[in-house]
Design a binder for this molecule. Structure first.
Ligand code: ADP
Length: 367
């Protein structure tokens, strides 16, 4: 168990690529922290610097109360699980799992006890004598997890551990990692580009872009209160609708004018939006905050818009409507029985208490 902290950590690769740019992070003891962001944003590099697999160009990293900048990977007492499992093909499951303990000269009975315990937790006891090629992808990933568990490290570092698995298995392994985490009660840092994995697994999520931390918070804060347009659009499925327009004021009321439609802001937002009067902004509205007017009892003309419904996509438990205002395309997520006619205009009610506004230049959140 350990807390981990990074202060002003940067990484410049040979050739000048600044992969990580002054990252500050604090991971509490027993916390599950997820680093998420698009490919190339510096997630793996950050993780590899914590693991000691990559030199730190600038800044400091502590594991527990030990400054580890100059501590080699093998002495950091953390275990890393990789995307490609990195199992030894000529060794059995038992040998793969016990290899690290053997190197560290653990007594034989202790090795057997730990491997059996991990195999039990992971449900791979029956295949303990098989070799990796005799295992499915999911089973191999379990062995890789097992090899990490037996060491009882201070922290686990996971680098996209599920990205080689098919979609169904990925969901299954995600729940298993969740259970494992509850059972092991230790610190986890988990890298993924998959926002669903981030939302479902993390106590805290760190959203990265271009080597920089964009936001670090619990999943619902990231979802409900993104700090900028990038975070808002990266987290959430379907992605948040981003609609460009202008803030205008008429008779002491503020409106968002899209060009084809105009909606009134809720009064609580007036104070913050006032400096943006007459300015271009981007409105962000999640698909679940748009309703078919037929299903809304109290709609006002000031938050109702007209748009053409171009595609209706039933997903069983819900329906996605692909809409077009004449200027912007956007998506609404509505109830399973809501089936508007395609290629017809329909009335939609926007929940204006849920909208976000982003500064057009800085892309930072205004509301
Ligand atoms: P992510 O894990 O978010 O996909 P990485 O940390 O792997 O991102 O990479 C961040 C940036 O650093 C990318 O631009 C990548 O091309 C670059 N990079 C990664 N590894 C190396 C390396 N060994 N040498 C040079 N550039 C690298």
């Amino acid at each position: 168990m350990a807390q981990i902290s990074l202060r002003d950590v940067s990484k410049v690769y040979k050739g000048g690529v600044k992969a990580v740019d002054k990252v500050n992070l604090g991971i509490e003891n027993k916390e599950f922290m997820v680093l998420v962001g698009p490919s190339g944003c510096g997630k793996s590099t950050t993780l590899r610097m914590i693991a000691g697999l990559e030199e730190i160009s600038e800044g400091k990293i502590w594991i527990g109360d030990r400054l580890v900048n100059n501590v080699p990977a093998k002495d950091r007492d953390i275990a890393m699980v990789f995307q490609n499992y990195a199992l030894y093909p000529h060794m059995t499951v038992f040998e793969n799992m016990s290899f690290g303990l053997k190197l560290r000269r653990y007594p034989k009975h202790e090795i057997i006890r730990r491997v059996n315990e991990a195999a039990e937790i992971l449900g791979i006891k029956k295949m303990i004598n098989r070799r990796p090629r005799q295992l499915s992808g999911g089973e191999r990933q379990r062995v890789a997890l097992g090899r990490a568990i037996v060491r009882k490290p201070l922290a686990f570092l996971f680098d996209e551990p599920l990205s080689n698995l098919d979609a169904k298995l990925r969901v299954q392994m995600r729940t298993e990692i969740h259970k494992l985490r509850l059972r092991l009660q230790t610190t986890f840092i988990y890298v993924t580009h998959d926002q669903t994995e981030a939302m479902t697994l993390g106590d805290k999520i760190v959203v990265m872009k271009d080597g920089k931390v964009q936001q670090c918070a619990d999943p619902m804060t990231i979802y409900d209160k993104p700090t900028n347009k990038f975070v808002a659009s990266f987290i959430g499925s379907p992605p948040i609708n981003l609609i460009e327009g202008r803030i205008i004021k008429r008779e002491r009321k503020y409106y968002f004018d899209e060009g084809k439609f105009r909606v009134k802001l809720v009064e609580e937002m007036y104070g913050v939006i006032a400096p943006y009067e007459g300015k271009d902004v981007t409105m962000g509205l999640r698909a679940e905050d748009i309703y078919d007017k037929l299903f809304v009892s109290e709609a006002s003309p000031e938050n109702t818009i007209r748009a053409a419904c171009e595609v209706v996509e039933p997903l069983g438990s819900e329906v996605y409507l692909y809409l077009n205002s004449g200027k912007h395309q956007f998506i609404a997520r509505v109830g399973a029985h809501n089936r508007p006619e395609v290629n017809r205009d329909m009335d939609l009610v926007l929940d204006m208490s849920k909208v976000h506004f982003f500064d057009r230049e800085t892309e930072n959140t205004i509301i």
